[in-house]
Structure formats: C-alpha cells, structure tokens
Ligand binder design. Sequence first.
Ligand SMILES: [Zn+2]
Ligand SMILES: [Zn+2]
Length: 204
Amino acid sequence: MLTSGIDIRPSTTDNVGLFATEPVPAGTVVWLPCAKCPTWSADELGAVPAERFGLLDKYGHLLEDGSLLLPCMGAFLMNHSCAANVLDTGLDFGVAVRDIAPGEEVTCDYATFTADIGWSMECNCRTSECRGTITTEQGHDPALRARLMDRIDRILPRVGAVDQPLHDVVSAVSPAYARLRQGADSVAADGGGTTVCAPSFMPR
Ligand SMILES: [Zn+2]
Ligand SMILES: [Zn+2]
C-alpha cells in the first residue's frame, strides 16, 4: 500500500520513480506490505518463467519465509537512494524520515530488504552518501543499521502526531505503529525484530 499524494514520473535513477505531488511531512507512513499486495510462494516462484522472474526479482522483495511480495498501488516503483527519504529499518512500514516537498522523488534504501540474500545492484543515486554497489548484506551491517535507525528514531515521535492517510491499514497490521500512535517514542519493545520482510499479516 502507498500513501496518497504520490505520482509516477520519469526518474534519472531508473526510468520511472515515485514523486510527491503534495507535501509529505516527516513521520508519515509512506508504504507498507499489506494484505492486498500480490504474493508468490516459494514454490510458485520456482515455476515462474525466467523473464517474468526477472521482473519480480527487480520490483518485488523476498520475505523471510521465501515468498515474494510486490508492494501494491505502485509502491513497487519506489527507487533506491543512499540518502533515502523513506526508511523501514526496525519497522514493518516505510516512514518519511524528513519532510518531502512536492516534486521530490520518494526513495527508500534497498539494503533493508535483507531476506533477499545475495542480491546487489550498482547505484545511480548520485548523492554524496552513495555506497556505489548496494547489497542486501549491507542491511546486516551494524554501522549502516545504526545510521538508518538514528534517522528513524529522530522522527518516531512524529508518527503519532502527523496526519496519516494510511492509518486504518497500518494500524490493522503493525503493532509498532499502534504503539507509536499511543505516544511511544521507540519501537524497541519487541526487540527490534520487526521488518518489512516478515509482515505480520502473512501466515507464519
Ligand atoms: Zn499492499
Ligand atoms: Zn547510491
């Protein structure tokens, strides 16, 4: 699921990307894996023709149970940036970590899709923080995780304060979100094991 006020436009990063058409305040839940996102089980993935698998591998993300989820409402078109304005480390949703202005591209950090073992790509984000090659291994790196978590921690109090277009959807599936809306300023209560790679609505 993807929040409102976001459009698909040409991007210098990868052909097309997602761009804000309205201000997206820091603390807004921008996307989350939800029950409406199409999924493929590990067995179904094994039977997908190679060409189609290439597309799913590019746009979907693998979950911890080996299935693949394609973020719905066009959220799968969100590009990577090494200075992403949407992050999900330690969360089961992606949150705006700074104010995003209309016309700005909305980006996340692909290193956080840690269940996709061995995946990598050359980055074209052109930011001063660019890591060059992006790998899912980087998502396990304590130094990078700490840097991303620090950006998230600073805006967590705002999750409970800003208008949330996705409130009904995310409150139904994310205990971390529910705690933040109740005034918690951290999501560490569950040990920080929450991730977009193991959404709570998926059967365990
Ligand atoms: Zn969805
Ligand atoms: Zn980069």
